[in-house]
Design a binder for this molecule. Structure first.
Ligand code: 5GP
Length: 190
């Protein structure tokens, strides 16, 4: 296990570091190289899904070797607990038109896939030339809808993870690695 970095109160609830800072840095660089190659010469807009994708998006954007516009949407399917309600509610819409642009939706994690499936449909209706998904983490065993992200950072098992932008009840987002929480950390709320 790599060293636990972060507020001690948080570290006390971490069962395991699943992805270290170094693993994340390397994989995000590889994803950025793929996106840069695939979208060279195209009008690219990265659409970050708030709030969880912000850390991943910031690193991905800085590793691109091509220009990209930046937009954000809010599409929360989880409250402060760990249950997916499977509804895509746009809590924040795009600020600018994406008509004719090539959109890459940047998401922290794909679980059932319902949030992203609805979001992709929504962005296609807004007239994007193309819509693809770049997700840092994927839990394929949990999928309930047809969704095939073009870019996936890591496939992970079905555990609840936090860190590198991912939260539990708005905590842990600032951890520089991805970790599995001790069940006791969320048991009382489920
Ligand atoms: P889906 O619609 O694919 O079931 O849910 C995707 C959303 O659920 C993600 O954007 C994320 O907010 C949340 N989510 C799913 N699994 C996890 C997890 O293991 N940890 C955290 N922090 N959020 C998760």
């Amino acid at each position: 296990m790599s060293a636990l970095v972060g507020p001690p109160a948080y570290c006390a609830h971490i069962a395991e570091v699943l992805l270290s800072q170094e693993q994340l840095r390397r994989r995000v660089g590889e994803l950025a190289a793929e996106v840069s190659r695939d979208y060279a010469g195209k009008d690219l807009v990265l659409i970050g899904v708030l709030n969880g994708a912000v850390v991943f998006l910031a690193d991905l954007l800085r590793a691109l070797t091509i220009p990209a516009e930046l937009e954000f949407v809010g599409a929360s399917s989880y409250g402060d607990g760990i249950v997916s309600y499977g509804t895509c509610e746009l809590t924040k819409d795009l600020d600018r038109s994406i008509e004719g642009k090539h959109a890459v939706v940047v998401e922290d994690i794909v679980d059932t896939g319902r949030t992203l499936a609805a979001l992709v449909e929504c962005l296609e209706l807004k007239g994007a030339a193309s819509v693809e998904v770049c997700a840092l983490l994927d839990k394929p065993s949990r999928r309930t809808v047809e969704l095939h992200p073009r870019y996936i950072g890591f496939e992970i098992p079905d555990s609840f993870v936090v860190g590198y932008g991912l939260d539990f009840a708005q905590h842990y987002r600032g951890l520089p690695y991805v970790a599995v929480l001790e069940p006791e950390a969320y048991e009382s709320t489920t």
